[in-house]
Design a protein around this ligand. Structure first.
Ligand SMILES: [Zn+2]
Length: 78
């Protein structure tokens, strides 16, 4: 699924991070130049850090997720 990368392309600016698939929990690798990737397991789209999650703007997120989970998620985003 990963597109071929030109060998001349600088790799220094590219970082891959793993994001958990919201559908199945699979850890999907997303490169820093990609907004999202498709989960190889269930086919769901997984978004990287560039897309704000509802916890960033939804006032009900704390109640929705529960205080502990909300604090954890919020803390990670620093
Ligand atoms: Zn999945």
């Amino acid at each position: 699924m990963r597109s071929y990368r030109c060998p001349g392309q600088s790799e220094r600016s590219l970082e891959a991070e793993f994001y958990r698939c919201p559908g199945c929990g699979w850890e999907v690798e997303i490169f820093s130049d990609e907004l999202r990737a498709r989960c190889p397991r269930c086919g769901r789209e997984v978004y990287g850090k560039k897309t704000p999650s509802c916890i960033d703007w939804c006032k009900a997120a704390e109640q929705c997720l529960g205080s502990d989970a909300w604090r954890q998620l919020k803390g990670k985003r620093g």
